[in-house]
Design a protein around this ligand. Structure first.
Ligand code: AMP
Length: 143
């Protein structure tokens, strides 16, 4: 529990939230400034800033909760599709430093963009550079 963290304070019941689902280790509640009807956040109850800070078990719980509610949230508001994503770190736009997955219902013609729109301009990468990046990532994933 971090007393300065708004999401920890929601977990503790110190701040109001429209909780829609919960588990022993996770909580799902409506975003206070929704990007769409039914915009929901899924968080671990324990305070962790980044995805990489989660234990494997807690990460599995968060992703399991996202898996379980994505279709339910879409059905609940009659959405045509859903965008699910994490802003993992300030450079990616994370404003609340407590891991949270966004479940954003999407509607035909809602004017929103696909997840490809979140990054800046696409880098021009040669085949050699792509090979090199794949090798580095492969090594990093194994370590
Ligand atoms: P992010 O930029 O990924 O850190 O997103 C943080 C999200 O938390 C934003 O969509 C905010 O609207 C939402 N938010 C901030 N404070 C609250 C709150 N007290 N209750 C519900 N949602 C909140």
């Amino acid at each position: 529990m971090d007393g300065n963290c708004v999401f920890c304070r929601i977990v503790e019941g110190e701040l109001p939230a429209r909780i829609v689902d919960e588990s022993e280790t996770t909580l799902a509640f409506l975003d206070a400034n929704p990007l769409a009807r039914g915009h929901t956040l899924v968080i671990p109850r324990d305070h962790h800033e980044r995805i990489g800070d989660l234990s494997p078990a807690l990460a599995a719980d968060v992703f399991d909760h996202l898996y379980r509610i994505t279709t339910a949230v879409a059905d609940g508001v009659g959405a045509d599709a859903v965008t699910v994503g994490f802003n993992d770190g300030p450079a990616a736009g994370q404003e609340v430093p407590h891991v949270h997955g966004h479940v954003i219902p999407r509607f035909e013609g809602d004017g929103g963009r696909p997840i490809h729109a979140v990054a800046g301009s696409r880098p021009a990468l040669s085949e050699d550079e792509l090979d090199n990046i794949a090798d580095r990532l492969s090594e990093s994933c194994r370590s």
